[in-house]
Ligand binder design. Structure first.
Ligand code: UT7
Length: 321
């Protein structure tokens, strides 16, 4: 019997400290009008200096486990999508496992696909269920983007934020429920358009984020609308059949342009970036948890998740919630 992964519960966490566009205008040559009109962002949460990605991931995980009514000890696996791990190794997932006090040997590893990381992680977890995994999996997107920003670069530092979101997945034998399909892509020829200039085996440090914003913008709209169309076709659905689109939260203009290409009204698109900024792999599970807890997303509804990020990587997941 082929199993699907079903979302049993969601959770999220945002650091206490909120930084506004006006706050940033005191650090770099920018203003609220430019940032909001170009990106749709007004505020972002920034982690405390001592707060790590695994600390934020843990808080989101605890909430998702509570919502799912799953005990940490009964987990079969933990997957963390992050590009800002606490350490080069071990994985952030292993650190979260220890912080949850799990003594059983559930598997734990990280996925690095930058802003597409959560969609990649969902696809990977779904593969475990299709291969017969019978215990719940915790899938987390968590980022401390503030740790890899160049705070002197106004073209990037105003766009990103920190946070974490999580889902608990469990197996279902109902093939019309849960993750119905995932569609992943990458094209490394574009790596220099969005990257950290540095890393352990090159510069010996983490490097800081650089981006050719205009080029990334154009690619993002085509890539995400393409992945969404692929997901719809694979399931014989049209955009009208989708209750909620839950996109990666990078720029409101990218989200609007993607929705327009699909004839999807913005009233059916979850947006959280105004007060969170771009939280990379955390942005989709943060948006998902927000819409679930505010009761916009209801059980039985059809969701389309889509993301694009460094690599380039991009993809979509079609889910019956
Ligand atoms: O999550 C991964 C995917 N990432 C994305 O999807 C991000 C994609 N890109 C974008 O969201 C947009 O391209 C940005 C928001 C980054 C930039 O918007 P834009 O409309 O493409 O602006 P631009 O880069 O073409 O810059 C326009 C002007 C430039 O000045 P000149 O050359 O026209 O004189 C920039 O120097 O705006 C200037 N500028 C700023 N001005 C005030 C750039 N950053 C700022 C700033 N404040 N923070």
């Amino acid at each position: 019997m082929v199993l699907n992964a079903r979302i049993l519960g969601t959770g999220s966490y945002l650091p206490e400290k909120m930084v506004s566009n006006t706050d940033l205008s005191k650090i770099v040559d920018t203003d609220d009008e430019w940032i909001f009109s170009r990106s749709g962002i007004r505020n972002r949460h920034i982690a405390a200096e001592s707060q790590t990605t695994s600390d934020m991931a843990l808080q989101a995980a605890i909430k998702a486990l509570e919502a799912a009514e799953v005990q940490p000890a009964s987990l079969g696996g933990i997957i963390v999508a992050t590009t800002t791990p606490d350490l080069t190794f071990p994985s952030t997932a292993a650190l979260v496992q220890a912080k949850l006090g799990i003594e059983t040997t559930c598997l734990a590893f990280d996925i690095q696909a930058v802003c597409s990381g959560f969609v990649y992680a969902l696809a990977t977890a779904n593969g475990f269920f299709k291969a017969g995994a019978d215990k719940p999996f915790l899938v987390i997107g968590a980022e401390k983007m503030s740790s890899i920003l160049n705070w002197d670069d106004r073209t990037t530092c105003v766009l990103f934020g920190d946070g974490a979101g999580a889902v608990v997945l469990g197996p279902t034998s109902d093939n019309s429920d849960g993750i119905l399909s995932t569609h992943l892509h990458a094209d490394g020829r574009y790596s220099e358009m969005l990257q950290t200039a540095g890393g352990p085996s090159s510069s010996g440090d983490v490097g800081h984020l650089t981006m050719q914003g205009r080029e990334v913008f154009k690619f993002a709209v085509d890539a995400m609308s393409g992945a969404v169309k692929e997901a719809l076709q694979a399931n014989n659905l049209s955009a009208d059949d989708i209750d909620w689109m839950v996109p990666h939260q990078a720029n409101i203009r990218i989200i609007e342009a993607t929705a327009k290409k699909l004839d999807m009204p913005m009233s059916r698109v979850v947006t959280t970036l105004e007060n969170q900024g771009n939280t990379s792999a955390a942005s989709i599970p943060l948006a998902l948890d927000h819409a679930v807890r505010s009761q916009d997303i209801q059980r039985g509804q059809t969701l389309l998740l889509e993301a694009m990020g460094g690599g380039f990587t991009w993809g979509a997941a079609l889910i019956r919630y």
